[in-house]
Design a protein around this ligand. Structure first.
Ligand SMILES: C[S@@+](CC[C@H](N)C(=O)[O-])C[C@H]1O[C@@H](n2cnc3c(N)ncnc32)[C@H](O)[C@@H]1O
Length: 207
């Protein structure tokens, strides 16, 4: 078996507790539908829980919200103090999920409808925020991921979580991290990669 396939398989192993948690989450948020390119399931709950024990997430900027499963879990599991999510789409299901998360977590959660790669119209809205972690899970094209890394750096993030590090679902993620540079790998948790900013990175400025 190739190493990549082994990593892919073991990343889907999950303890029973997280199956129940995932079911409850899907009861609250809209269940995922085919069409959005992502691989998800109870194992993501376990991975986010593990990451929360490795780094302090603090105030999180999430790029790519979809139906808010990761945003919800980061808040609910107590790992993020706040989450601000951005998504280029705004479907009826998404609006329902945004409302649900706002209802439960009130001012610990904000949502922006916008393109993370074209932030002229909305970046000023985030200027007063100080972020610690960028959760990068929007478009998985190399150039787009690279832009997202730059955006998170500009907004002060010193930790980065990349969903879909695997070539099957995120072919541009690893090339973008290598091309952009300045990030140090802390841990691989399933298909999520956790990185920190290298010491002395010169882009670590507020806009
Ligand atoms: C894999 S889903 C996100 C899943 C979510 N992070 C989670 O784990 O529950 C990817 C989302 O990124 C959004 N997206 C793609 N390109 C984007 C961009 N340039 N700016 C903002 N959002 C983008 C898509 O609309 C889609 O909803």
């Amino acid at each position: 078996m190739k190493l990549g396939d082994f990593i892919w398989r073991q990343s889907h192993y999950v303890r029973p507790l997280y199956h129940a948690y995932w079911q409850e989450l899907n009861r609250k948020l809209c269940a995922r539908k085919p069409g959005v390119p992502c691989v998800s399931g109870p194992f993501v709950a376990e991975h986010i829980s593990t990451i929360g024990r490795i780094i302090k997430l603090g105030n999180v900027l999430e790029i790519g919200f979809n139906l808010g499963h990761s945003a919800y879990m980061m808040l609910d599991l107590g790992h993020a103090s706040r989450v601000t999510s951005i998504d280029i789409r705004e479907t009826d299901d998404m609006v329902k999920c945004v409302q649900q998360i706002k209802e439960e977590f009130s001012n610990r959660f904000s949502f922006f409808h916008g393109d993370s790669n074209n932030h002229d119209h909305w970046l000023h809205l985030l200027r007063s925020d100080v972020f610690q972690t960028g959760f990068i899970d929007g478009s998985h094209d190399r150039s787009s991921v690279q832009e997202d890394i730059r955006l998170c750096k500009r907004l002060g993030c010193d930790h980065f979580i990349f969903d879909d590090m695997h070539e099957k679902t995120g072919p541009g993620v690893i090339p973008a991290i290598i091309e952009e540079g300045g990030l140090i790998l802390i841990a691989l948790v399933g298909c999520l990669g956790v990185f920190r900013l290298a010491d002395g990175d010169i882009f670590h400025n507020k806009p």
